[in-house]
Every structure is written in structure tokens, then in C-alpha cells.
Design a binder for this molecule. Sequence first.
Ligand code: FCB
Length: 470
Amino acid sequence: MNEPVMNTELSAFIMFPKKFLWGAATSAAQIEGAWDEDGRGPSIWDTFASEPGNVRNDETPSISCDFYHHWKKDIALMQKIGLQAFRFSISWSRVLPEGKGEINTKGLDFYDNLVDELLKAGIQPFPTLFHWDLPKAIHDEGGWQNRGIAEWFAEYTGVVADRLGDRVSHWITFNEPQIFLGFGYSKGNHAPGQQLPESKVFRCAHHVNLAHGRAVQVLREKVGEKSQIGFTPFHQFALPENPKATQHIAAAKKASFDPHWTGDHETFFNSCWWSDPIFTGKYPRTLFEHVPEAEDFIEAKDMKVINQPLDFYGFNYYFGKTVRSADNEQGWEEVPPKPGEPTTAFNWPIHPEGLYWGPKWLYERYKLPLYVFENGMSSTDWIALDGKVHDTNRIDFLTRYLREFGRAGKAKVPIAGYFQWSLLDNYEWAEGYNERFGLIHVDFETQKRTLKESAHWYAEVIKTNGKSLK
Ligand code: FCB
């Protein structure tokens, strides 16, 4: 962890623009519950989690935070915090139980009412169309391996846009394709638990990119130019060992967009495999060395579909990895962590400076306004004897990260908004209910909500547009 930006005269170092949006993020599978209510079809997370051994303690998302029944009260809590925007995702199989064909009106009603109530509360809705919960019926037809999915996704997007498009002005197509493909189709520790060879995973990746492009086309057609559209990859930036040494900064920037940079993951995790085709219309040049089969499944017209103009660049950032410049072919090498470096309850390292370097480099490369759509930490939070949740670590963590994001703002990077992950403690995929990321504590047995200290702290940050970050 670098030294934090100074406490005194903070405004000389950080800046959040006047129209900056302060929000919090969630996703359908992680909060909604009501997995089989009102006609919803199952998703791959329902089936994966129901098989013993796949998720810690065999916990399932069937009830979770029961947001499906608590949404009104939860919006009241959002108002208490003063949220200006709320990121949620739409469950594809709630809207189309079979993934295509018959529409489940009750499912659409849920999102329709949610959007109305959010707007009534003065909170801007930021729906994500796909946050990992693929309808089981689509999976049974080959899921992301089947090229037909791009059209099924377009159909689903059209159904949602017809219902919500008159009121929703910001749309996110996909959340972190690297993670759901890398974990779900390569490593196998996430739904649907497959371990496909690299060429097949990349075929899936290409279909995700195509589905994204088709969804943007449908949204533009149905909601017109006035709506803002983007997507949100995961980023693990390479960070300079010495932030004052130009050669280390250059090496970290190079590594961050190097197709071989995988951070803690496997091939294709680097966002340039996704963001370059989507924002620039080109895959990294080394694609065909990596995956010669790509010649067979990338059709000539595909890149145009994938490369739709977008309005913003959203990204999720939790931690990076330190590098230094090196006298080797790639020009950088990783620096091992120092003994005892601080980590969160999830064992994730703490690298606030990524919220300065990341947006700066992303803006230089893609030239769009930037949103952080996820950032936060899990902590071993519990309700103390005084009835409160004293999550001081989270406050310190978020202060550090937000100061760095504000520093990017001061450096004239067009930062547009920040969404803390997450509003509520929720279902953390293969970790079940073990990781508490929320500003609001959830007792999963009683569904009781308790605002953590960080929620009160965040309220002040929002009220002062970041000036209280000291
Ligand atoms: C991200 C996911 C999100 C949540 C956080 C902790 O990778 O997008 O759903 O699980 O991590």
C-alpha cells in the first residue's frame, strides 16, 4: 500500500466533478432470492449451487437477501444513505423463463416497479443485462458455446428495453466476462462448472462480444441515442513499484494492456481481449497465435457488430499487482508481495492507487468518461453488543480508494461516477454467504438489515461530493 494522499488541503489533490454520481451496486443472483417465484425459470447458478460440493457449505442463492420481497424497504435504506444511483442486474430467466420465446410478465413487472420506485426516490437506475445467471434452458442448448446465443441475448434485450426503455437512461450490457468465462468455463469453480480447452473458452468469449454488440444495436433502436450504454469488464491493473519513477510507470501501463498480462488469473483475463474489440474493433494481434481455431469462428462481419459506439467505460476494480520495469522482452516483471502485506477478509490485497492509474490509462486508450461500477471489500462484520456494525476497516479502505479516484479527477480524467460493491451483504458465488461486502449488514435468517458505520460514513461522502474524504 502506498502512502495515502495527504489529509490536509485535500481539495488540492482530489476532485469529483459537480455531476459525479455516487451509487452502490448489486446483482440479481446475489440478492433477489425468490428463485422459483412468479414464473421465474432456473439459472445455471441455481442448478450449480444445488449440487453438493460446488459452493462453500452448499449454500444456494434461493433466498439470499430476499430483495424480491424487500425492495421497497431497501430503497428506503438507499435514500437514508443518500444514494444517487443504484446498479442492479436483471435476471434473464425471470423475464424469459426459457431464455427466449414466452415472456414472463410478472418478472418484467418486478423490474418495472423497481425502476419506478427508484426514480420516485430520486435514484437513477443502472441495470446490467447480464451478471452471470444464464438461464438453464439456454445452457442446455450449448450456452455461450452456441453462436445462436447472440440472437437470443438480443431478443432478451429487446423485451427488457420495450418495458424499461422509456425510463432507464443508463445501460450496462455485461459484467466481467473474464470472470464468468474464466471461472465458469475454464477453471470450473463457478457455474456451470466446466473446464473447456482454451480454444473453446475463446469461442465463448467471441460470442459474448457478439451478444454485447447485438444488445447495443437493439438498445439504440428501441431507446434511441438519448440512452447511455456501456459495459463493465474486470480490471486487475499492473501497478508501478515506484510511482515516482517514469520507467516503472511506463512498464506498469504496458503490462496492464499486454495480452499476456493475466494478473492472478489465466489467459484472456486481460481486459484488452474484450475492450479492444468492443471499443476499437480489433482483437490483440497475437490472437491467432493463441487460438488458431479463431479463424473458423470469427466471421468477417463480426467485428463491425462488436464495435458499436459506446457512451462510457465502466470497470470493476478491487486490487492490482505490482510490477517494475525489466530488461526482458516484455519490458516488465512482477514484484512479489511484501511479507505481511494487508489483505481483506477474502485475502484480497489492498491497492488503492489502481483507482488513479487505471482510469488515467483507460482514458488515454479508450477516450470515454469513466465509471467505477464495483469497488469494495469483504470484512468479518458482525453486530456488536451496542447493536452497531463497526466496520472501520471498510471506511479506511474506501477512503483510500476514493481519494485515488478523486486524484484521477484532479488530473483531468473525466470520472463520472462510483458504485460501491455492495449495497447489501449478499451471496458471494462459490463462497456462499461467507464474504460480507455490504454497506448494510444482512441477517440471512431473519432478513433484518442494519446500516453499518460505513453506510453512515458514505452518506457524508455523498452529501459533500467527496469533500469529507479526510
Ligand atoms: C466481482 C463480481 C461481483 C462480486 C464482487 C465481489 O467480481 O462482479 O458480483 O462478486 O466481485
